[in-house]
Write a protein that binds this ligand. Sequence first.
Ligand code: KG4
Ligand code: ZN
Length: 341
Amino acid sequence: MKVLGIETSCDETGVAVYDTSRPGADGLLAHAVYSQVALHAEYGGVVPELASRDHVRKLLPLVRQTLAEAGLATTDLDGVAYTAGPGLVGALLVGAGVARALAWGLDLPAVAVHHMEGHLLAPLLEDPDLEPPFVALLVSGGHTQLVAVEALGAYRLLGETLDDAAGEAFDKTAKLMGLPYPGGPQLAKLAEQGTPGVYRFARPMTDRPGLDFSFSGLKTQVLLAWQGSDQSAQTRADIARGFEDAVVETLAIKCERALDAAGCDTLVVAGGVGANKRLRARLQAMAESRGGQVRFPRPALCTDNGAMIAFAGALRLEAGQRADAAVRVTPRWDMASLPAM
Ligand code: KG4
Ligand code: ZN
């Protein structure tokens, strides 16, 4: 089954075609992402109306480009999958509108995909042997969640952030030290030049039991440290390193607890912050030390993309699931409410 995937939940337009008759990553016939970063940079964050308008401009050309790269015509497709939430309502509606129109025009089944399920299943795209049960750490700009995956489609929330998401904390911390939007990857790059231990920030909520997170206090600690410093380039790098170490260590501690709580030894990491090199190394070490394993998608499939939507949608379409023929989106959507596959 060849499935067209469309992602427009935030500031990336992503399109891909996934073919379920080929194993794992070979099934990814083509994928393309257009990032709106430059458009939003001057505002220091995503402007929802501009995001919607840019999806309108970019989505159809990207669909044509992706199909051409895959060597396919629209008539070769067997289904359409689109992100229906969570995300920005206007941005979601662009993807849903185009997907539903294509499905209707081509007389194809269509399925509405949960963005976080897309992230969560992305590691399986490259690693078809990976099977539940496992624990997933979802770390993006909007979410920080630990989820027990008992079966595909059966998700139990173990813990989540009470305030800022991990990616949001990276972005806000970068901003307060004068780095341009989106600061997460830039802060991580800067941290490579920082000396570990010069600045040591708290590991929030690790001194008590539980699997929830809180990152907003960390941001305030960084602000105070930055304001009280000489604000030199080296200091900025040292603070970036101290901040990154605090986030990485906090995530690692909670992941280990979550594995214990769920009684399993496989951790899957997904979402934009999953591209962070130090987080990948630290979780790898944690998993090895307990004889377990950790799986990450390649960095390009950690951040928002159409491939994960095509893949998750293909699994649901193969399970016989279809969305009815209406352009409907769900900006707030609990993953635990999804039907099993
Ligand atoms: O999953 P994603 O692309 O979009 C959302 O669904 O939110 O995640 C984007 C987030 C941003 O906050 C970005 O700063 C963060 O992921 N991010 C990183 C890195 N790459 C992306 N944070 C830390 N280190 C990175 N290398
Ligand atoms: Zn995302």
